[in-house]
Design a protein around this ligand. Structure first.
Ligand code: FEO
Length: 400
């Protein structure tokens, strides 16, 4: 099935309403769509975005409803993640006249994704538009939105921005235009979840991307997932939310959360002393202890990713840190955590591996581990003093 977006512009997307997990890690309560568009000029035809390899037959049927595959002159990949490039290898067999347009970085990726020697690649250039005849496609590199090779494609005549994953959503309804969205609340939930999972780690790049397109008179956004956004429909909402969610966080007072788990209250005592140490240096700091067994992981992950510095504490069970702390560490966003200060602590009975294991994870995230401490069983006065000093050192590491 295809959907007309404008004159000679069609969505040939594949719908996947039953999908519940995307990319191994994202839940998709409302399925998704793998969007792809055919843009016909008077002279040339372009296909923008390809598709997931699993849906090649269905996808090809959609294309054939609009044009003969051999009439496609350009296949434009705004980035090369396999949900949009996976079907390229097979598609090239039926599109013998198509040139593939990608960024230079994208060229490397599709070589490795397709493993074909005969890839007719042409690199997209911000200063070299492609003229299809009455429809001019211009490219804007948009690195880290959300891949290094990402770009936007802009058609001035149609006022359509083909935005890659940017402004997209994992949300599937039978009709692709936003005016047909039947469950607005579900769409907005999906839109936020998608932003958080895909663009949350790249906020400064989101700001740069918005800046890059702000002078364009955009009427329609054709992203690679979810509904097509139109002026007067969901377009304004989507742009406003991206600006709001990507705004630089400015804390009047530093945020220094102390996360911990505690089996018998011993690691908890260390956590509390660390907080006191932090407050002795930075009385206005937002520094609280969070028992990971009492809070929801998403809320704690948000606190960790928003923090200026943080501490992680765990007892040692079976020679390792405990699950709730590992779950939190798995949510720490590596790009933003880099160079932030952290401290590690915990009580232990036999050997105390939790401390070096957490430290190794934080170092793997390229965080600055300013110190660690472990206390055997019940912390004595010296251990508590050390915890207080550790808190002071954590605060000193970010003192303005
Ligand atoms: Fe939908 Fe980044 O791929």
């Amino acid at each position: 099935m295809n959907h007309k977006i404008k004159d000679n512009v069609y969505a040939v997307s594949v719908l996947n309403p039953a999908l519940r997990i995307f990319d191994i890690v994202m839940t998709t309560d409302y399925g998704t769509t793998y969007n792809s568009y055919i843009v016909k000029g008077t002279e040339k035809t372009a296909l923008i975005e390809v598709n997931h390899a699993s849906f090649f037959e269905n996808y090809l049927d959609n294309i054939k409803e609009i044009c003969k595959p051999e009439d496609i002159d350009y296949i434009i990949l705004n980035h090369c993640e396999p949900d949009h490039s996976g079907a390229l290898r097979e598609l090239l067999d039926v599109c013998p006249n198509a040139k593939i347009i990608v960024t230079k970085m994208g060229g490397k990726y599709i070589d490795a994704i397709c493993n074909r020697a005969d890839m007719p690649v042409q690199y997209a250039n911000d200063n070299e538009p492609i003229d299809l005849g009455g429809k001019t496609l211009k490219f804007f590199t948009a690195p880290m939105l959300h891949w290094p090779d990402s770009m936007f494609t802009w058609c001035e005549e149609d006022k359509i921005l083909y935005s890659c994953d940017f402004l997209g959503s994992h949300y599937c309804e039978p009709y692709i235009l936003d005016k047909y969205i039947s469950d607005n609340c579900a769409y907005e939930k999906a839109f936020l979840g998608y932003y958080n999972a895909i663009f949350g780690p790249f906020k400064k790049f989101v700001r740069a991307g918005l800046d890059k397109i702000k002078s364009l008179d955009i009427e329609t956004v054709c992203s690679s997932h979810g509904p097509v956004l139109t002026k007067g429909g969901k377009l304004e909402y989507a742009m406003e939310k991206y600006a709001e969610w990507s705004a630089e966080a400015v804390h009047d007072n530093p945020h220094i959360p102390v996360f911990y788990c505690s089996a018998y209250g011993n690691t908890k005592k260390l956590a509390e002393e660390i907080c006191k140490g932090v407050k002795s240096v930075l009385p206005n700091a937002e520094c609280d202890c969070y028992n990971m067994n009492c809070y929801c992981l998403a809320e704690m992950a948000e606190k960790a990713n928003d923090a200026d510095a943080m501490a992680f504490g765990s007892p040692t069970i079976n020679a390792d840190a405990v699950g709730p702390i590992w779950n939190l560490l798995a949510c720490v966003d590596a790009l933003n955590a880099k160079t932030k200060s952290a401290a590690v602590f915990g009580s232990y009975g036999w050997s105390g591996e939790a401390i070096p294991n957490i430290t190794a994870r934080l170092e793997g995230l390229k965080m600055k581990v300013i110190g660690s401490l472990k206390a055997n069983f019940t912390p004595d006065s010296k251990d508590l003093e050390n915890a207080f000093e550790l808190g002071k050192a954590l605060a000193d590491s970010i003192k303005r």
